[in-house]
Design a protein around this ligand. Structure first.
Ligand code: ADP
Ligand code: MG
Length: 332
């Protein structure tokens, strides 16, 4: 049986339906990511689970009990937001202790638990500081400690890394994942960043316009997108309509297809598919060179690992393409 089970959940604001039938099952200790474009309903779903927003109907069953009728503070859920929402007039120690004070935990136990939580986020030496004396990344770690200290049954993270710069973001996502695994903490992480979702999650729920359109592990989401939206959102798939696909592959194809840019190889003898193309332009993305190539009237993105100068092809150059047929996905 799953640990968290969401059944037929719906939510409207006035006449506007945000989602009408969310169903999902999450196992104990799982790290699940809700991935989707801005406005698709990710935060609303988290807020419904936390009890910060009232649901229109449905069930949110955590460890056998329906949370919907319960007050937010009774649910045993920790939540971290993009904006850290720390109390500016309290020290790090006081911020982290706040939840325990509300729960009337005895002073001695509280001090020990705060110390533990700050050590987990590597801020043991920062207990006496005030939020304005911390960097953004440190503030977010305090916010995380403030949730962890309450020993939540479920941790909800709403784009906690989105306001941070790239280097801090990468470090913090590893830290979050490692703490989550150490504690075996069931976690729902929200992001609109596909890379973040792919590297962090046990399972990804891809959302669009109030629906979970696909769920699976990173490998599945990346290599087997279920439809054109999924292919467009994860990876940089080339999406071709049936006409273009038939022209490119030289055989009748009746549906749209998606081809990953790294599944097309450039150069070599004629290529397995015998397709010839012409380089239109290229851009250097660090370790990868991304080409725009035209072949049979179809424009394709092709990603090549940037190993040496011989990987570079100039604009206008004619070149053989070979497309790994296993990587050609039909999509709805
Ligand atoms: P996401 O987190 O995926 O970006 P949200 O859950 O914040 O999306 O929002 C989903 C939709 O619900 C959006 O269209 C948003 O405008 C709408 N919405 C969110 N909160 C409210 C509210 N309090 N009142 C009315 N509409 C809202
Ligand atoms: Mg949001």
């Amino acid at each position: 049986m799953s640990y968290l089970s969401i059944r037929g959940l719906h939510k409207s604001y006035g006449a506007t339906s945000i989602f009408s039938d969310i169903n999902c099952e999450i196992g104990k200790g799982e790290f699940v990511t809700l991935l989707g474009p801005s406005g698709c309903g990710k935060s609303t779903l988290l807020r419904c689970i936390a009890g910060l927003t009232e649901v229109g109907g449905g069930q949110i069953v955590l460890d056998g009990e329906d949370l919907v009728p319960q007050a937010p503070q009774k649910r045993g859920i920790g939540m971290v937001f993009q904006s850290y929402a720390l109390f500016p007039n309290m020290t790090v120690q006081q911020n982290v202790a706040f939840g325990l004070r509300m729960q009337k935990v005895a002073k001695e136990e509280s001090t020990e638990r705060v110390r533990e939580a700050l050590a987990m986020v590597e801020l043991g030496d920062f207990a006496a500081r005030y939020p304005h004396q911390l960097s953004g990344g440190q503030c977010q770690r305090v916010a995380l400690a403030r949730s962890l200290v309450t020993r939540p049954r479920l941790l909800l993270l709403d784009e906690p890394l989105s306001a941070l710069d790239a280097r801090i973001r990468k470090h913090l996502r590893e830290q979050i994942r490692s703490i989550q695994q150490d504690l075996g903490l069931t976690t729902i992480f929200v992001t609109h960043d596909q890379e973040e979702a792919l590297v962090m999650s046990d399972r990804i729920f891809l959302m669009n316009a109030g629906r979970i359109v696909q769920s699976g592990d990173a490998e599945t989401l990346y290599t087997a997108p279920i439809d054109a939206f999924a292919a467009g959102f994860i990876g940089n798939y080339n999406l071709l309509d049936a006409d273009a696909a038939s022209r490119l592959l030289g055989r009748p194809i009746s549906s749209r297809i998606a081809i990953r840019p790294e599944a097309i190889r450039l150069g070599g003898e004629g290529g397995a598919n015998g397709i010839e193309g012409q380089i239109r332009s290229h851009s250097l993305l660090g370790n990868v060179i991304r080409y725009r190539v035209e072949a049979r009237g179809v424009e394709l993105l092709v990603d090549v690992l940037n190993r040496s100068a011989s990987d570079m092809h100039g604009s206008g150059q004619r070149i053989a393409l070979s497309i790994d047929t296993a990587a050609i996905r039909e999509v709805a």
